[in-house]
Design a protein around this ligand. Structure first.
Ligand SMILES: [Zn+2]
Length: 336
């Protein structure tokens, strides 16, 4: 075989991929390879020719082996470079978004209400959810067998005398007894419990309660405070009216309505075609309640008000059904 033929193999090696490289190695250096056969055939030559050809073939074999090795290394390196390029991590790519939660609409409204009253100088007061009969009823002028107790069917605890509070009003009594005879201005948000058995009332819900006790507190202070609150929450254009009402713990008592936010006072199902929505109950603190709180009803007066946070949340966000607020449905909650 002539020199240029071996040269062609060297050039082929430089172009080969890994599979071709192995095929070339077998073709030239394998057990029946061209070069192997040529070396084997040396023994057939006369001694002088054998020597010359032997040297030539051995140089060729060394050259081919070296070229095979160097090509194999080149291929391995380029494979590594390619792999590195493919597996590269781009640290500048944006990450997987993390879904952030937010407070429940009821919690947002409660927070909003508290902040409005705190801005008016009220302090937040909290009380226990398990109460005794005296704080929950008697001190608030609900004597035993008083018919108003029927409106607040309660969960009583097996160990006598305790119940789950039916309203946040017992916080009034606790706050008064801690402050008497000094002035008092509190806002008391919290969870309350009633044994309601119809489909539209939950057995646990939230109220917020306000109480002011001081010298010379009048109905005018109550109206101004609540009007400020309602306009702060619903905007200055909302219509407001007070209606006489009855609660055991206030005298006189009133309810505050706002112009229907759903129909613009034209009349709709949600306002029972009246154009008005009830928002809260209020009144001047009954003298018996002041006495139970440790105050002298001859020396001080006070006003109190209370409202349901679920109901207000429905009005504020114009949600037509209270049950949606309690179902924990993310498709609903993520809208806030
Ligand atoms: Zn309406």
């Amino acid at each position: 075989m002539a020199d240029q033929d071996w040269q062609a193999y060297l050039e082929a090696i430089d172009q080969a991929d890994l599979t071709e490289l192995e095929a070339l190695r077998v073709e030239v250096l394998g057990r029946r390879g061209k070069l192997t056969e040529a070396l084997r055939a040396l023994s057939q030559l006369p001694p002088e020719a054998r020597r010359e050809s032997g040297q030539m073939l051995n140089r060729t074999k060394a050259a081919i082996e070296e070229r095979l090795m160097s090509r194999r290394q080149t291929l391995a390196e380029s494979a590594l470079v390619q792999r590195l390029a493919e597996e590269r991590v781009d640290l500048t790519l944006p990450g997987e978004p993390i879904a952030l939660g937010h407070p429940h609409p009821l919690a947002m409204i409660q927070e909003r209400l508290v902040s409005i009253f705190v801005a008016m100088g009220f302090q937040v007061a909290l009380g226990p959810e398990v109460e005794d009969d005296w704080h929950n009823f008697e001190a608030l002028n609900f004597p035993k067998d008083h018919p108003a107790r029927d409106m607040q069917d309660s969960f009583t605890l097996a160990s006598g005398g305790w119940l789950l509070r039916t309203h946040t009003s017992p916080v009034q009594i606790r706050a008064m007894r801690a402050s008497a005879p000094g002035p008092l201005r509190i806002i008391a948000p919290g969870r309350v419990y009633r044994r309601d058995d119809d489909a539209t009332h939950a057995s646990a819900f939230h109220q917020i309660e306000g109480l002011v006790v001081d010298h010379g507190v009048s109905m005018a202070h109550l109206k101004a405070t609540l009007a400020t609150f309602v306009r702060e929450l619903f905007g200055s254009k909302v219509a407001i009216r007070f209606r006489p009402s009855y609660f055991p713990f206030t005298e006189p008592s009133a309810e505050l309505d706002v112009g229907c936010l759903f129909c613009g006072q034209k009349g709709c199902v949600l306002c029972s075609e009246t154009g008005w929505l009830e928002v809260l109950g209020a009144g001047l603190v009954h003298p018996n309640v002041l006495l139970a709180g440790g105050y002298d009803p001859e020396a001080v007066t006070g006003f109190a008000f209370g409202l349901g946070i679920e109901r207000l949340t429905m009005l504020y966000y114009q949600i037509p059904d209270v049950r949606i607020l309690l179902q924990g449905d993310l498709q609903f909650l993520e809208q806030f």
